[in-house]
Design a protein around this ligand. Sequence first.
Ligand code: TMP
Ligand code: ASP
Length: 238
Amino acid sequence: MAVRGEFLYEGKAKKIYATEDPKVLWMYYKDDATAFDGAKKGIINNKGIMNNRVSNLLFRLLEENGVETHLIEPLDERNVLVKKLDMIPVEIVVRNKVAGSLAKRLGIEEGTDLKGTIIELYYKNDELGDPMINEYHAEVMGWATRNELKEMQEKALKINQVLVHFFDSIGIILVDYKLEFGRLDGRVILGDEISPDTCRLWDKESLEKLDKDRFRRNLGKEEEAYMEVVRRIEAKLG
Ligand code: TMP
Ligand code: ASP
């Protein structure tokens, strides 16, 4: 049984602790919700419990499909053991439909279909508001090597195949989402979380939003929407 050790770091949605094993971290999921790089703050009741559940089930599904993740073992409702990674400060956003900042930036209506998958890179830096970058920035600034960038994008496309198919099978459109990767023993591995906080998830029939856009856009019923995602994922993978 792992023992929670020294507190290491608090992010916007999680707290990270050491364990007695230097290769293993303890992640605690909070209910705090933020948007717009922390400018909007709130609480979504039970969000930590729901995101922990969703992320663990999706990471297990990805592992079963040959995608290595940091997941070691869920501990309880809010806590999970993960492999310690050397995190790469480049966020990968994968888009299957136009929404959010892409809709705004290019003046294209939200919900518009894309002919293929779009991958975008962002520099993970809250103070700067996670600015969009390209591979040249990432490589020249020393945030990731060319090989790591290639590996991250190849893995993102593989993850996308698995997740689009899975969400479709539970009546959900995976519109877009954010991934974070880290280094371990020379490999690039999926870290952080995949949850309604980090994805846009629309009901296939009603197009109702089942994700953090309910909070960002003051649509209400956040907890109910997250719960619906948990319910559908658990019915299939739980
Ligand atoms: P965007 O439309 O705001 O660029 O977001 C694209 C997707 O990435 C959306 O599903 C939300 C997710 N995302 C995060 O999880 N964290 C972030 O910091 C950003 C910018 C986006
Ligand atoms: N995760 C970022 C924040 O908390 C951006 C977002 O999700 O809107 O500000």
